[in-house]
Design a protein around this ligand. Sequence first.
Ligand SMILES: Nc1ncnc2c1ncn2[C@@H]1O[C@H](COP(=O)(O)OP(=O)(O)OP(=O)(O)O)[C@@H](O)[C@H]1O
Ligand SMILES: [Mg+2]
Length: 254
Amino acid sequence: MPEIIKLAGVSKVFVSEKGHEVLAVDNVNITVNESEFVCLLGPSGSGKSTILRMLAGLTPATTGKVEVLGQEVRAPRSEGSMVLQDYSLLPWRSVVENVAFGLELRRVPKEERLRIAHEMVEMVGLAEFAHASPYELSGGMQQRAAIARALATSPRILYMDEPFGALDAFTRRQMQQELLSLWLKDKKTVVFVTHSVEEAVYLATRIIVMSARPGRVIADFPVDIPYPRRSSDVAFGKMVDDLMHMLMELAYER
Ligand SMILES: Nc1ncnc2c1ncn2[C@@H]1O[C@H](COP(=O)(O)OP(=O)(O)OP(=O)(O)O)[C@@H](O)[C@H]1O
Ligand SMILES: [Mg+2]
C-alpha cells in the first residue's frame, strides 16, 4: 500500500497571548499507508488534535515536514474530511442539507449534491430523518449525519477527533461497528483520535501511543486481531491491559 501521510520531525509550538511558548508536539515521525485505520491514543494534551489539524492544513507545523499524498501541506486541503466530537451540524439546515454542505462549497450542482447526500444519509441509516433538523436527532444520529457529511465529498482520508466521545456506551459500540463496516467496504484511510484504550483496540489496524505534553510518539504497533473483534477475546484483553500499563507508567514518570 502506498504511503499517504508523512510527518517527519514535526514539532508544534503554540505562543500564548502573554508570549509563553507551549511545546505541544515534539519531534513526531509518523508514516501512514493508504487504507490503514490508525488510532492516535494518548492522554489529554498530548497533541492529538493538533496533529490532525496539521494534517488537514488548519495549522502549520513549527518545524519538520507534514506531507499528504506526497505534497507538503501548507494550506487547508480537500483530500481529507474531519469529524469532530461535537458533530458541528448547522442547526438551521436539515440533515440532508447538512450532508450536502461540503459538496455545495465545491460547487457541485444542486441536483447532483442532493442525490449524493440522500445516498449518504441512507448509508448511515438516517433516511427517515433526511428532512429533520439536527435538534430532532439523538447524539448518535447527529454523529451519523456528521459522518455522512464527511463521506459525501469522497475524501481519501477521514480524520476523526474523538467522534464518539460524547455517546453512551451502547451507542458508542454501535457507531464503532458501523464505522468499521463502512471502512471494511472501501478501506479509506482513517486517522482516529481517542482517549479510550478499548476503542483503539476495537477499531485500529495500528495504534500510535502519544505521551502527555509535549506530545511524543512512544509506541507504534499493528493490531493483528481479526475483525470483528470481541472484547472478551484473550488477545483483545491482553492488548488493552498492556496499553493501560504503558499509559499508567507514563503517568507515574511525570
Ligand atoms: N490554539 C492553541 N493555542 C495555544 N495552545 C494550544 C492551542 N491548541 C492546543 N494548544 C495546547 O497544545 C497542547 C496539545 O493540545 P491538543 O488539543 O492537540 O491535545 P489533545 O491530545 O487533542 O488533548 P485532548 O485529548 O484533551 O483533546 C495542549 O497543551 C494545549 O493547551
Ligand atoms: Mg483533542
